[in-house]
Write a protein that binds this ligand. Structure first.
Ligand code: MRU
Length: 350
């Protein structure tokens, strides 16, 4: 039985990009239309769209939007191409850690550079490629889900951190894609979702999307994971990834590393689920992954309300951490499950 998810996070519609506004979930489930390149840059930066594969597609759409704007400026084809490539390079800088963003913008740059068409033709080719990347994302996630479902024990409780679900991708999800495929075979499985401070993507987004698709989910705070592991209540961990180095070191939302250490201590399998576009073979280890520094307000406020912290207290807020490869039992990709030694298993795929 194939699992049918109700969620489509982002899609190209004629001349604009339509996306779920993730800043208002779970109170509202609404869509916004992004109609210019700069608006898309801001939507990625301000996390109206978030999650590594989703911001990749958003970046690809952003390049189409810039192309549409430049086409109105009566430029020569040569100037159009060079300005558009500049804009696509700029779009890559809207967030630093998730490599899918750079990957998808680069795919659009390749379309621009290899095209023999006139300006309108280039725009059509960019749209075609953007929609293709969108559709492929869902297909890839279903493959990740199906490979991952094979390692989910019967009746398992699966712990996840942050949101690597349908709402972090075009649809279906990576880590939650594994959950969806496993649930289609065995509806006795359930999910424990870490709240995921700051920004609460676990509490706000993971619980919302699993409930929407009818999959049982229990919310816990980040510090509780080892307590439940010790009690034997967690059978496996599956998380997503924002960038995986050539040796398997994996950047994901801050707090993932702590979960991986706890899982290792309690002998619980810890899996990363991600498409190949999240693997950055140009970097040898996680030390080279740029980690986004986010605002102090993400820590001192929750949903616009101040937490009980001393006024003006020092705050430091890295958005991601890197889980070393030795803590990872397997990396679930659309080509199968990679196992240690990751340097070898990753190399064999590229
Ligand atoms: O800051 P975010 O919300 O973009 O962080 C998201 C995560 O860390 C996800 O787990 C990651 O992007 C994996 S997406 C399938």
């Amino acid at each position: 039985m194939e699992f049918k998810s109700k969620i489509k996070t982002i899609e190209w519609v004629d001349t604009y990009s339509k996306m779920v506004d993730q800043t208002v979930i779970p109170y509202e489930y609404k869509f916004v239309n992004i109609t210019s390149g700069d608006e898309m840059f801001n939507a990625i930066r301000d996390m109206i769209v978030r999650g590594a594969p989703a911001i990749g597609i958003a970046g690809a759409h952003g390049v189409i939007l810039y192309a549409q704007e430049l086409a109105k400026q009566n430029l020569s084809r040569e100037d159009f191409v060079s300005k558009l490539v500049e804009k696509a390079e700029y779009m890559k800088t809207s967030r630093p850690t998730a490599v899918n963003l750079m990957w998808a913008c680069q795919k659009q740059i390749e379309v621009i550079k290899s095209s023999n068409s006139d300006i309108n033709g280039i725009i059509e080719e960019l749209k075609f490629n953007g929609i293709k990347l969108e559709n492929e994302d869902i297909q890839i996630n279903k493959k990740i889900g199906d490979f991952g479902a094979e390692v989910v024990p019967k009746g398992a409780t699966i712990l996840t951190h942050c949101n690597a679900g349908a709402l972090a991708t075009v649809g279906y999800g990576t880590a939650l894609g594994v959950v969806r495929s496993a649930f289609a075979k065995d509806n006795t499985i359930q999910v424990f979702a870490d709240e995921t401070r700051p920004r609460q993507q676990g509490a706000r987004i993971t619980t919302f999307e699993l409930a929407m698709d009818g999959i049982p989910v229990t919310l816990i705070t980040d510090g509780m994971c080892s307590y439940f592991m010790k009690k034997g209540m967690i059978d496996m961990v599956v998380v997503g990834a924002d960038r995986i180095a050539a040796n398997g070191d994996t950047a994901n939302k801050i707090g993932t590393y702590t979960v991986a250490i706890a899982a290792k201590y309690h002998n619980i399998p810890f899996y990363v689920a991600a498409p190949l576009s999240t693997i950055d073979i140009s970097i040898k280890s996680g030390d080279e992954i740029p980690i986004e520094e986010r605002s102090r307000e993400e820590v001192t406020y929750i949903n616009g309300k101040p937490i009980c912290a001393l006024d003006g207290v020092n705050v430091i807020n890295p958005g991601f951490d890197v889980t070393p490869n030795e803590l990872i039992s397997g990396i679930i990709t659309e080509k199968g499950i990679l196992r240690p030694n990751y340097i070898e298993s990753i190399k064999s795929l590229f």
